[in-house]
Design a binder for this molecule. Structure first.
Ligand code: OGA
Ligand code: MN
Length: 202
């Protein structure tokens, strides 16, 4: 069962690629429910806003259960993962937050960590892709590195693919996309968040 494979992979290597996490039909329905309410993604505190613009150029919107059934279903699947991870690893993952991201042709996200030790409460990252018929010419790959900056894998943002990795251990980047590229990036975090120290803006 794939959930067991996910647990084993996280335990042994800290990352996992789960292809066909959702069917083509489910991906289609999820895409249909995305509201047309994109805003520019920011990272860092607001005083860093200028620099952030150069580090990523995608647009985002946070998932909310009231966006519709496909979103509720997606969040429910993440809840199942959260419960399994907590049971197996005692990680104490407390909540899940996720945003849709849209990369237009030319957009990218430079190499980064989703979480620095002691800086955020993010522990486990998920990235899910919504792009049917993605081709190599479209670029937009996710490059995953280890914490010694060695390239681990180059992953196309193919519809139905879910990538999961420990947020503090794997720097990663989104290569320049040459086509419209949709994803859902999400994070399981542990409790103890203080809003002014988040590395994201809502
Ligand atoms: C992020 C991120 C990767 C992707 O939003 O932090 O790394 O492939 N996204 O969309
Ligand atoms: Mn990231």
């Amino acid at each position: 069962m794939s959930l067991d494979k996910l647990m084993t992979a996280i335990a042994e290597q800290g990352w996992y690629v789960w292809d066909d996490f959702l069917t083509a039909q489910q991906v289609h329905e999820l895409r249909e429910t995305i509201p047309a309410d994109w805003h520019k993604a920011k990272i860092g505190r607001s005083d860093d806003a200028h620099r952030d613009v150069e580090r990523r150029s995608d647009k985002i919107q946070w998932l909310k259960a009231d966006m519709g059934l496909p979103v509720m279903d997606y969040l429910e699947r993440m809840e199942q993962i959260r419960l399994h991870v907590n049971r197996e690893f005692f990680l104490g993952l407390f909540e899940y937050e996720a945003h849709f991201a849209k990369y237009e042709a030319g957009d990218f996200y430079e190499k980064h960590y989703d979480s620095f030790q002691g800086n955020t409460n993010r522990r486990l990252t998920t990235v899910f892709y919504l792009n049917e018929n993605w081709t190599a010419e479209n670029g937009g790959e996710l490059k995953l590195y280890d914490n010694k900056d060695r390239l681990i894998d180059t992953l196309a943002p193919r519809a139905g693919r879910l990538i999961v990795f420990l947020s503090e251990d794997f720097p990663h980047e989104v290569c320049v996309s040459h086509a419209q590229r949709y994803s859902i990036a999400g994070w399981f975090r542990i409790n103890g968040v203080t809003e002014d120290r988040l590395d994201i803006a809502r």
